[in-house]
Design a protein around this ligand. Structure first.
Ligand code: ZN
Length: 244
């Protein structure tokens, strides 16, 4: 079976559509695994939720999803992110809100745990250091964990003593899932932050036990035009050009 791993779509429908088209061009996908933050930042929250729901999928909640539904305090968000959340909240249907509100904070699927941020604090924690990764190891109930949140495509490996090391998840280079624990981030569909503006996602093939990242070009200007029209913050518009 092949699974499409997506995270941090962030209301960027153009990026999401491009990712789905690229994924489908590579063969049949049994299920989408979505790691949260379908909304926030971008111009098409309703459309992104609707498109996700058309697919056979499972999804966990992200901090922006729950900020937009009023379930999570976003007073610590940046001004731009908070402005986008308030805008998003006014653009969703009651069905959208119901969908996001009912997403679980974590999900277990075969040997994977799906969370947005980290196994220890699914909605809050950014796994950005070796130290934090090592602290999270004891919170992993499955060998593998899939995360989003930082928008950085990466793989965290652990040695037998539990020491973590980080490496970039490089597009087109498969990662073999072996015996040890692994934490994988497929990167962000709708707001990449690794200085590569292309949309990011991954495919997990359960037969070969391979996890592979892909980058996809999409019509960034179309998304930016919609954001400008919606009056979303300028910095959120320009950062899409740089993937930063
Ligand atoms: Zn995010």
């Amino acid at each position: 079976m092949r699974y499409g791993i997506i995270a941090d779509i962030h209301s960027n429908l153009k990026a999401f559509e491009a990712v789905l088209a690229d994924m489908e061009s590579r063969g049949t996908i049994s299920e989408l695994w979505c790691l949260g933050d379908t909304v926030g930042y971008g111009p098409q929250p309703h459309e992104c939720i609707e498109l996700l729901r058309k697919y056979n999928h499972i999804s966990v909640a992200g901090n922006h999803d729950w900020a937009a539904t009023g379930q999570l305090d976003f007073s610590h968000f940046t001004t731009d992110a908070a402005d986008a959340i308030r805008w998003t909240a006014g653009r969703m249907s009651p069905k959208d809100i119901d969908f996001l509100s009912n997403l679980p904070m974590s999900l277990e699927k075969v040997s994977f745990t799906l969370v947005h941020g980290s196994p220890r604090a699914p909605l809050r924690e950014y796994l950005t250091s070796v130290h934090l990764a090592e602290q999270n190891l004891e919170h992993m109930k499955t060998p593998f964990c899939l995360i989003g949140h930082s928008h950085l495509p990466l793989v965290i490996t652990f040695d037998e003593g539990g020491a973590a090391s980080f490496s970039d998840l490089k597009p087109g280079v498969p990662v073999e899932l072996g015996q040890g624990h692994l934490i994988l981030n497929p990167g962000s569909v709708g707001q990449p932050r690794d200085n590569d503006p292309r949309a990011s996602y991954a495919i997990y093939d359960s037969e070969s036990a391979m996890f592979q990242n892909f980058r996809v070009q999409y019509d960034i200007r179309a998304t930016q035009g919609k954001m400008a029209k919606a009056g979303l913050p300028e910095r959120l518009i320009t950062r899409l050009s740089y993937g930063a």
